[in-house]
Design a protein around this ligand. Structure first.
Ligand code: ZN
Length: 347
């Protein structure tokens, strides 16, 4: 080792613990500045890429003056339409500066309630609800790109069918039952049609996938609809001894290890204990919201997967989320949120 490196290592080892942590952060993340504000983030990301027309995808575009609030406008030379960097993202049409979005994203990352996020950002509870669901729909889209590999664990979990905040839905066929108390037990024993089935899978790299598949017991078809193609071919799937996993593993070219004799059984590195702890984290997360309506459950599942199960630190998650929101081309409107079906089963 060269002398100058030896000296440097000596100095680093003598640093006080706080300074050492700070240095470590800089070396790992390459970022020693305060977290970027969303405005800088939008212009930084967009200028680092070749600008594309959000309407026709053409790259032949020109600058076209500024909006009254100072935002740069562009015009496409192909379709002649005008746009700004936020066009066709969830920030479009919200009539609020990006600094407010920056604050709201912070509220979502720290799992604040809709009411307290509204107070922090200085707008109505309705706007807070709508913005939360805009972000959750973007997170669902992010989860579409998640793939598992290596050793994966799979199992289903169930949530009571809930029409929270949507009581007109009680008139529908699925809800032809007496209401139950919030968080109460379902009325039928076993895996009745009052339970929403959510197949889940996690890998050892802390990536996770979960989404509503069907009502009641999970069939091979429902499992396939939720997880087909999500686990890389040749990976190993650990699951319980339910026959649906044999069909799923064969169809997806996975090695299957079925853990017979209970959830606590460990066969070397093959077990489903990560999944068990994932399930208990998930239920705890949902309890915080006093039960989630089945209509919005997929969004909350994606939120949990991103926030609680992914292994990145909170600063890195903030960066990933902002980058995704700027780039994911998803312009959700209030009408899209209210038009979501009462429950979206895959089969
Ligand atoms: Zn165009």
């Amino acid at each position: 080792m060269k002398d100058n490196i030896k000296n440097l290592v000596g100095q680093i080892m003598n640093l006080p613990s706080e300074d050492f942590q700070e240095l470590l952060k800089i070396l790992v993340h390459g970022d020693h500045q305060a977290p970027l504000q969303l405005e800088d983030f939008v212009s930084g990301i967009k200028s680092a890429q070749v600008y594309k027309c959000p309407y026709c995808g053409n790259t032949h575009i020109v600058r076209n003056g500024h909006r009254p609030d100072g935002v740069q406008k562009f015009r496409c030379c192909e379709c002649h339409r005008s746009f700004v960097p936020m066009t066709n993202t969830i920030f479009a049409h919200t009539h609020k500066p990006l600094s407010v979005w920056q604050k709201y994203i912070g509220c979502v990352l720290s799992q604040e309630s809709i009411r307290s996020s509204a107070e922090s950002c200085g707008f109505s509870i309705g706007t807070s609800f709508f913005w939360r669901h805009k972000i959750l729909s973007a997170l669902c889209l992010m989860e579409e790109n998640v793939g598992l590999e290596g050793i994966a664990e799979g199992d289903e979990t169930f949530f009571p069918l809930s029409f929270k905040g949507n009581h007109k839905a009680f008139a529908c066929k699925e809800a032809s039952r007496a209401p139950r108390k919030r968080g109460g037990e379902v009325h039928t024993r076993g895996l009745s049609k009052e339970l929403v089935c959510v197949p889940c899978a996690v890998d050892r790299n802390h990536r996770s996938i979960s989404r509503i598949a069907c009502m009641g017991a999970c069939s091979a078809k429902a499992l396939g609809a939720a997880l087909d193609g999500k686990i890389k071919q040749g990976s190993t799937l650990c699951a319980d001894d339910n026959a649906i996993y044999r069909k799923f593993a064969a169809g997806n070219l996975l090695n299957l290890v079925q853990i017979k004799g209970g959830r606590k059984v460990v066969r070397g590195q093959f077990h489903i204990q990560h999944l068990n702890s994932y399930h208990s984290m998930m239920k705890k997360f949902m309890r915080k919201f006093q039960g989630v309506s089945s209509k919005y459950l997929n969004g909350y599942l994606a939120w949990h997967n991103f926030l609680n199960y992914a292994k990145e630190g909170i600063d890195e998650k903030a960066r990933i989320l902002k980058e995704w929101l700027v780039n994911c081309s998803q312009c959700v409107r209030i009408a899209d949120i209210s038009a979501l079906p009462k429950i979206k089963c895959l089969i």
